[in-house]
Design a binder for this molecule. Structure first.
Ligand SMILES: Cc1ncc(COP(=O)(O)O)c(C=O)c1O
Length: 387
């Protein structure tokens, strides 16, 4: 991987040590250019003139194809969304819940998982089981905890493929096997995976998977994609509807619902400039290669964990073995609150990381555009913040 050339294409790398892609990634120039070009094209050539309108539709289709290529699924199973949370809500609120149905999730989860899940009992009489999850849990422990929690009423297991607090990579394949055997569906939050680890949803035999464009994919804010496996599309009802939700309707209240395509979830106007940026982001990712990106993010995180472990007063919370780790590294510095440390790292060293309140820690995300010097700068700054 030619890191130097990748860095040249990501302008933020010239100004700071950016280690917060797990929140929002800095776009490469090609993404920014695609968004700008399309905004200009639409405005200067009339947004509804036939060539502009037609090319806008093509861009939306290309964005669906781009997401499908990333996830190894069909573009008919993809809906463009505005973020991960958008897709998660769409599935969770669109399923036909019965009183007493059970949903399983984990206490350590992101609020985009927890809050939509917490509302299910109130809205639909669903029973929610929130299982313990710790950064140190092994895959076997997680799988056996879920196995114990599954009952004949369990309909859905809902979790993040990578835990945002600490980078714990969940045993998605093992959980799939377990849930498949038990007739339980899985809704996966892929906020921390797309553009970070190689994904093959077909091989994983996935039911529902939601990803963002703005994080590891380095796309624009306001982009994302939801996958629903083809045979499950009819069982998810749109909760926000437009004319696209029906196959036909008349002036007297009559209509024929549209059940079997992702288009039923579409509303009306959507942004072709953002979709154009998303297409470029996926192209940039493919140029680097999914497996190469995954290997590099993990190896940089490995370097960071190793170096931080040698600094007295630093505690590392993220797993270190290959199966459970990724490009997210969470750590605490003795004697300093994580929010203060994050502020100091920015104000005094020009380093962007984030605090994670759930674990009172600091999280650094190492993407392929980061380099060894970024790691050294962070480690040296952290060393100076220790007591
Ligand atoms: C696990 C997880 N889920 C959901 C989100 C929210 O993502 P989005 O803004 O794409 O909805 C995040 C953001 O950090 C996350 O880490």
């Amino acid at each position: 991987m030619d890191v130097q050339s990748i860095r040249k294409q990501v302008p933020a790398t010239r100004k700071m040590v950016y280690l917060n892609t797990g929140w929002d990634g800095p776009s490469p120039k090609s993404v920014v250019q695609a968004v700008k070009d399309r905004v200009e094209y639409e405005s200067f050539n009339g947004p509804t003139s036939p060539p502009v309108y037609q090319s806008g539709r093509e861009i939306q289709q290309n964005a669906r194809k781009a997401a499908a290529s990333l996830l190894n699924v069909s573009s008919d199973e993809i809906l463009l969304t505005q973020c991960t949370t958008d897709g998660l809500n769409l599935v969770l609120n669109g399923l036909d819940w019965k009183e007493g149905d059970e949903v399983i999730t984990f206490g350590l989860e992101h609020s985009s998982v927890l809050i939509p899940a917490y509302l299910l009992p109130r809205r639909h009489g669903v029973r929610l089981k929130v299982l313990d999850l710790n950064p140190t849990d092994t895959h076997e422990e997680i799988i056996s905890r879920v196995a114990e929690a599954i009952s004949p009423r369990t309909r859905l297991l809902f979790f993040s493929h990578i835990q945002y607090t600490c980078g714990l990579r969940m045993p998605a394949e093992g959980l799939r096997k377990l849930t498949k055997d038990a007739g339980v569906q899985m809704l996966i939050d892929g906020a921390q995976t797309a553009g970070h680890i190689a994904l093959d949803l077909r091989e994983m035999d996935c039911d529902y998977y939601s990803i963002p464009g703005q994080k590891w994919l380095l796309g624009p804010d306001g982009t994302g994609a939801l996958f629903i496996r083809q045979d499950l599309i009819p069982s998810v009802s749109p909760t926000r509807v437009s004319g696209r939700a029906v196959a036909s309707y008349d002036e007297h209240g009559g209509f024929q619902p549209s059940t079997d395509t992702m288009d039923k979830f579409l509303l009306t106007t959507s942004s072709a400039p953002l979709a154009a940026g998303f297409v470029e982001a996926v192209a940039f990712h493919h140029q680097m290669g999914s497996h190469a990106v995954e290997a590099r993010t993990r190896s940089l995180a490995g370097l960071l964990k190793q170096a931080l472990s040698e600094v007295p007063g630093v505690e590392i919370l993220s797993p270190t073995d290959d199966a459970r780790s990724c490009g997210l590294t969470s750590f605490r510095i003795e004697g300093i609150a994580s929010t203060d440390a994050v502020n100091q790292l920015w104000n005094e060293y020009g380093i962007v990381v984030r605090p994670v309140s759930e674990l009172s820690c600091i999280r650094a995300a190492t993407h392929a555009f980061n380099n060894e010097e970024d790691i050294q700068k962070l480690v040296s700054a952290v060393t100076q913040l220790t007591p």
